[in-house]
Design a protein around this ligand. Structure first.
Ligand SMILES: NC(=O)c1ccc[n+]([C@@H]2O[C@H](COP(=O)([O-])OP(=O)(O)OC[C@H]3O[C@@H](n4cnc5c(N)ncnc54)[C@H](O)[C@@H]3O)[C@@H](O)[C@H]2O)c1
Ligand SMILES: O=C(O)C[C@H](O)C(=O)O
Length: 333
């Protein structure tokens, strides 16, 4: 029996992250070797000519699993029947800016796109927001989409998780595959808290493998939190291949049962005050999924005073971002 294509809509498809992402999805890397994919790409009208060039390249790859590709400049048309939607479209920051500086430029995009998702996406849609500031953009889109359940919305903090894993592996002198249970708490911003306290290296607590304890707070945390800015300074453009990779890692983690010795991080809607996080934010937490559809916040983690303080600081920042976009929020908040 033939398998129906999974429909993946991607906004900002002509941008640098889009270019680094499309070919990998079309190859079957994300949804598996037996799952055809239909790509639905959204861009602003001015970027459609350049997107045509990418479409030509996709065709020239002759990917056996790529069932169809369409380009649109209308969000509702692009999201019609989409099972996964990756919202990348929006301005990236420049050197010297914070991600929150993008909030009034990019925020309005997510009112229209939230409404379009609500009107047109498939009943099982899941949405990953990459465009910055991604937690608050995700909240804006979600607030305009009352028919899409709260647990279907994700903001991307996986790049922070991957950065944290790489730093821990380098410091411990091990391969990245030996580092597990790295949680990123909070906002995808400088206030995020990459949690080394529960990280595990070769099955042992990271804090017993790495004995230079000053390194964690003085070096590790700021290096991870400020890595995006460091990449912009070095490259003159914000991270693209690593961001695309993190988006694909997020989707793989959401659709695959989580291994018993690990978890993954994403910004999700904070219901019921897990770990004292205020309700109504898109807040990054450690997650697992047993069935590749529903997820749970990892329960029962002990947090010391410093971790609790940092988790609170990031929550306060997100509350303040939510206030800044108050006029952009819809009814489903
Ligand atoms: N969450 C993360 O970890 C993370 C990592 C890297 C980048 N980002 C963010 O991702 C976003 C995209 O980055 P990039 O480097 O690909 O930027 P880019 O400028 O190369 O591409 C962005 C694309 O979005 C398109 N676009 C703008 N408004 C749109 C709209 N309303 N609908 C559809 N498309 C639209 C533009 O035409 C452009 O092609 C930025 O906001 C950046 O800050 C987030
Ligand atoms: O830092 C940025 O502005 C881009 C992205 O969010 C990143 O973390 O690399």
């Amino acid at each position: 029996m033939s398998v129906s294509p999974i429909k993946v809509a991607i906004t900002g498809a002509a941008g640098q992250i889009g270019y680094a992402m499309l070919f990998r999805i079309a190859s079957g890397e994300v949804f598996g070797p037996n799952q055809p994919v239909a790509l639905s790409l959204l861009e602003i009208p001015a970027a459609l000519p350049s997107l045509q060039g990418t479409l030509m390249e996709l065709e020239d790859c002759a990917f056996p699993l790529l069932a169809e590709v369409h380009a649109y400049d209308d969000a509702e048309a692009a999201f019609a029947g989409a099972n996964w939607v990756i919202l990348v479209g929006g301005m990236p920051r420049k050197d010297g800016m914070s991600r929150a500086d993008l909030i009034r430029a990019n925020g309005p995009i997510f009112t229209t796109q939230g409404k379009a998702l609500n009107a047109a996406a498939a009943a099982d849609v899941r949405v990953l927001v990459v465009a910055n500031p991604c937690n608050t953009n995700c909240l804006i889109a979600k607030s305009h989409a009352p028919t899409i359940p709260s647990d279907r919305w994700f903001a991307m903090t996986r790049l922070d998780q991957n950065r944290a894993i790489a730093q821990l592996a380098r410091k411990a002198g091990v391969g990245v595959g030996q580092v597990k249970k790295v949680a990123v708490w909070g906002n995808h911003s400088d206030t995020q808290y990459p949690d080394y306290g529960h990280a595990v290296i070769n099955g042992q607590p990271a804090t017993s493998v790495i004995t230079d304890h000053d390194w964690f707070l003085n070096d590790f945390v700021p290096t991870v939190a400020k890595r995006g800015g460091a990449v912009i300074k070095a490259r003159g453009a914000s991270s693209a291949a690593s961001a695309a990779n993190a988006a694909l890692d997020t989707i793989k983690s959401c659709i695959t049962p989580t291994p018993a010795d690990d978890w993954f991080s994403a910004g999700v809607f904070s219901n019921g005050n897990p770990y004292g996080i205020p309700e109504g934010l898109i807040y990054s937490m450690p997650l697992t999924t047993a069935d590749g559809r529903t997820w749970n916040v990892v329960p029962g983690l002990e947090l010391d005073g410093e971790a609790r303080r940092r988790i609170e600081v990031s929550a306060q920042e997100l509350l303040s971002e939510r206030d800044t976009v108050h006029d952009l929020l819809g009814p489903a908040i």
